[in-house]
Design a protein around this ligand. Structure first.
Ligand SMILES: [Mn+2]
Length: 308
């Protein structure tokens, strides 16, 4: 029994009712940042997003509806595997796989970008083909860096080995080798500036299959709006532009999973944390609007309180 005047519960969006069995989105907070190459601290990202999200209105003014309380279920934070990035990716793949088997759409809250690979593997091993929409300032296409093939700088190199199509958007930092190999599968920030956001969103849709995994590295945004990232790059997308792209993709494609990564909170500067929380909320609302909640598929394996 709780007290009468209590703060919203500690989960994504501070939802009063949490019921895994009827939820559509399984949100996985993953406080992991072992392979970052510059400023660390993305391990604090999930807590900052959840804290900020508890202070958001559940009424969505943009879409004129209120997100149902049970649509999103927040899992317990996943413990990091400090042994190796590969071990961490395997752990994420296993946990996310259980949720996918239960008919959930996984939503990873990072944490560094490496975590996406666990979800991409889990979904790929269970389902038909899907495309990856990769929103990022960096191409993340290094085959290897600092002795590992599984770092936040290599996630798209690994993802391309798994899925048949991917499209990277907002790119403005890339090495010449990756440019030669994969440049054709990228929409660079200067191209977006020239074409405008509406036309760019159409181009993005034309490059994606029917089913899409969406991965957001927050450094795709301009550092003036999103300074709280490990490796900021000038001249990024504005929040409204990112929202335009995401709402167009969520409304016109089947979303098999999505993530928000690389929030690296700066003490005392909370606006970026709220931006990330609002982005998470908007994506959850987009998913609700675009698909009738499916019936929970058969038996439920995750208790929702599972400890590793
Ligand atoms: Mn990046």
């Amino acid at each position: 029994m709780g007290i009468l005047n209590q703060m919203p519960p500690y989960n994504l969006f501070g939802l009063e009712r949490q019921d895994y069995s009827v939820s559509r989105i399984a949100a996985f907070p993953i406080p992991y940042d072992s392979t970052v190459t510059y400023r660390s601290g993305a391990r604090d990202g999930p807590a900052a997003i959840i804290s900020a999200s508890r202070n958001l209105e559940l009424y969505n003014h943009e879409l004129n509806f209120t997100l149902p309380e049970t649509f999103v279920f927040t899992m317990e934070s996943m413990a990091p595997d400090l042994n190796s990035p590969e071990g961490m990716i395997r752990r994420i793949e296993k946990e996310v796989g259980i949720a996918v088997d239960d008919g959930k759409v996984p939503f990873l809250i990072g944490g560094e970008h490496t975590i996406s690979l666990g979800a991409i593997r889990a979904i790929a091993s269970r389902s038909d083909v899907f495309s990856i929409l990769h929103l990022d300032a960096h191409s993340d296409s290094r085959d290897e860096i600092f002795g590992t093939k599984n770092s936040h700088a290599s996630i798209m190199a690994r993802a391309r080995e798994i899925v048949q199509s991917s499209y990277s958007v907002g790119i403005r930092s890339i090495d010449s080798e990756s440019m030669a190999l994969y440049g054709k599968d990228m929409l660079f920030i200067d191209e977006i500036h020239r074409a405008g956001i509406q036309k760019s969103a159409e181009t993005i849709l034309s490059r994606l299959g029917k089913r899409v995994y969406v991965t957001v590295d927050l450094d795709v945004l301009d550092p003036s709006e999103m300074p709280s990232v490990g490796t900021p790059e000038p001249d990024g997308l504005h929040y409204a532009e990112l929202r335009h792209i995401l709402s167009s993709v969520f409304s016109k494609r089947e979303i098999v999973g999505f993530d928000i990564t690389e929030l690296c909170p700066i003490p005392g500067i909370v606006a970026p944390d709220f931006l990330a929380a609002k982005l998470a909320y908007s994506m959850a609302c987009d998913l609700y609007k675009s698909s009738e909640p499916r019936k929970a598929a058969g038996k439920t394996k995750h208790s929702g309180k599972k400890k590793l």
